[in-house]
Design a protein around this ligand. Structure first.
Ligand SMILES: [Fe+2]
Length: 289
């Protein structure tokens, strides 16, 4: 569970309420607009241990969101979405009341897993959130790894996953409001290799590195790889490894992108929902055990 291999630190900069026994926490009683370096360090520490944070009651315009995000690290780049005017690192995702069909990110996925160095952290800020619906579901890839038998851990330890950008452009392009860049078609050709078992760069806690675009393992065919991928995807979705985050306007959500799978829940037809998004670069995935 959360502190299986690490002591949970003390937090003095805010109140922290864990969301489940496996992952996630709410943070209350802090205004990150005026955060000190120590406050930021404590948020970072909380993120490293809980992997998902819902920081409540923040008042952030795009400039404040950008400034805050960059205190956690440099921007990863985003070859898919057109940023807001005046920014290179902030996009706005809007779902209008009359939008139909899937919401973006509805399938369980990791953000930009096809990048050589995928985002270490994704940050979303709720500008307009429906009174109910639009939760985000998270699955802990650390808890999922720890829940495997020793034999299964040994079996998969040295596998290298092949994560492909093929299909990513089409999934995004159907959402006209996302402002998908014409150049995003180049993502179709991207192929990235990541160890299937990685460890967190700060805590050393091991985790699976799964994604929605993991198609096979190096040295194996798709037919050989798919049963393993399918088992791990389904195993990671066990309810005891999950948390469901309820949003409110003013909620800032941060998550350790490579330690989780997440999905956007499409249950708010007829409602408007607007979020800001940016991503933070970290160290490339590190093979773990
Ligand atoms: Fe996502």
């Amino acid at each position: 569970m959360i502190n299986a291999s690490n002591q949970i630190p003390e937090f003095t900069a805010f109140e922290l309420r864990p969301l489940t026994g496996s992952l996630g926490a709410e943070i209350l009683g802090t205004d990150l607009n005026g955060a000190s370096d120590e406050d930021i360090a404590q948020v970072r520490m909380a993120l490293d241990h809980y992997h998902v944070l819902a920081i409540r009651d923040q008042l952030l315009d795009p400039t404040a969101f950008h400034k805050l995000a960059r205190r956690f690290g440099p921007f990863t780049g985003n070859p898919i979405h057109t940023p807001l005017d005046g920014f290179d690192d902030v996009v706005r995702f809007t779902r209008e009341p009359d939008d139909r069909g899937k919401v973006i990110g509805e399938n369980l996925h990791m953000d930009m897993a096809w990048m050589e160095n995928p985002p270490a952290v994704t940050m979303l800020y709720g500008e307009v959130i429906p009174p109910v619906g639009g939760d985000t579901l998270f699955a802990s890839l650390s808890a999922a790894y720890e829940g495997l038998s020793d034999t299964m851990q040994d079996l998969i330890r040295n596998l290298i996953g092949v994560h492909e950008g093929k299909g990513v452009f089409a999934v995004n392009a159907v959402h006209k409001s996302l402002g998908v860049r014409a150049s995003a078609q180049a993502v179709e050709e991207i192929v990235a290799h990541h160890p299937l078992v990685c460890c967190h760069p700060t805590t050393g806690r091991p985790h699976l590195f799964l994604s929605g675009v993991l198609n096979r393992f190096v040295g194996m065919t798709e037919a050989e790889s798919q049963p393993i991928i399918s088992f791990l995807q389904s195993h990671a979705q066990r309810v005891e490894y999950a948390c469901r985050l309820r949003w409110a306007t003013g909620t800032l959500t941060m998550w350790s992108n490579t330690c989780l799978l997440h999905s956007a829940i499409n249950d708010y037809p007829g409602q408007r929902r607007v979020v800001l998004r940016t991503t933070v670069a970290g160290s490339p995935p590190i093979a773990g055990s």
